[in-house]
Design a protein around this ligand. Structure first.
Ligand SMILES: C[S@@+](CC[C@H](N)C(=O)[O-])C[C@H]1O[C@@H](n2cnc3c(N)ncnc32)[C@H](O)[C@@H]1O
Length: 270
């Protein structure tokens, strides 16, 4: 009889190689794998052929199972089969409900382990050349959910908009216009902004602009979920942002391969 246990694994942001060795090792020893929509399904190829693989993400915009049902499934399957792996997109403790699942399983004396993952909050911007901090540009970053449990805009966005931090918003696409309104209210209409869809994946797509132009750009480029929103000066460091300035002749002295620094005050070779 296998000992019941649960391992929560961060599958990373989408690129199959952005999972940890520890994560792969746990997948290889799983009796059951419960996987989410944002975990790359190719990772299931590491599982034993007889391991049960159950999809518990969203289908056609609706959850296949409620969170309560998933919690119950974890406990039942661990007792029945042994090692249950919960494979989640990004990092399980970053808006991933990982802690809830762990606490529920622990209440049934199931031992739990967490294997951290690479979060999309950092990796999606990085995959299109946006660092979420950079010396002289940003001293901190906020990672905020755009949509709260009640379906409302997080009040933290209002606080973040008043800071000089890089603001990274997950699950924010349905609130994009409200988010932009908040930043405009605090005088940030010209702040560089980016949206990255399917970051780190082969089908990655992104738009860059400013708070006042991003909605139009995201509509014309058909940007949809899953997407990360980034607001902050660091966006101006990306090649895509600078190429756009050159195309629009917004900064006449700027040439390809150079980076715009604060209103064209300084240009550096990159
Ligand atoms: C429920 S949260 C899970 C976040 C995850 N735990 C993490 O650390 O990345 C889902 C949100 O993550 C973001 N997301 C996840 N993977 C993404 C990717 N590859 N590209 C862009 N956004 C992504 C989107 O904002 C999506 O709505």
């Amino acid at each position: 009889m296998n000992i019941p246990r649960l391992t929560l694994i961060g599958a990373g942001p989408g690129d199959i190689e952005l999972i940890t060795l520890k994560g792969i090792r746990a997948i290889k020893s799983a009796d059951v794998i419960l996987y989410d929509a944002l975990a790359n399904v190719e990772l299931l190829e590491y599982a034993r052929p007889n391991a049960l693989k159950i999809y518990v993400g969203k289908r056609l915009g609706k959850y296949v199972y409620t969170q309560d049902e998933i919690n119950e499934k974890i406990v039942y399957l661990a007792k029945e089969y042994g090692h249950v792996v919960r494979l989640k997109g990004g990092d399980p403790f970053v808006f991933g409900r990982g802690f809830e699942e762990m606490e529920y399983a622990k209440a049934f004396n199931i031992s739990c382990e967490i294997v951290s993952g690479v979060t999309s909050a950092i990796a999606a911007p990085a995959s299109v050349g946006i660092p979420i901090t950079s010396r002289g540009f940003s001293e901190s970053f906020w990672v905020i959910t755009g949509t709260t449990k009640k379906g409302e805009l997080s009040r933290d966005i209002e606080l973040a908009a008043q800071s000089t931090a890089t603001v990274v918003i997950l699950m924010g696409m349905s609130k994009l216009s409200q988010i932009c309104e908040v930043f405009i209210k605090y005088g940030k209409s010209e702040m560089p902004m980016a949206i990255i869809q399917n970051g780190t994946r082969k089908n990655v797509k992104s738009v860059v602009g400013t708070v006042s132009t991003i909605i139009e750009k995201s509509i014309s480029e058909n940007i949809a979920n899953p997407a990360v929103i980034v607001i902050g000066e660091v966006v101006s460091l990306s090649e895509q942002f600078n190429e756009q300035l050159i195309t629009n002749n917004a900064c006449p002295d700027l040439k390809s391969g150079q980076t715009w620094f604060s209103d064209c005050v300084a240009i550096v070779e990159v």
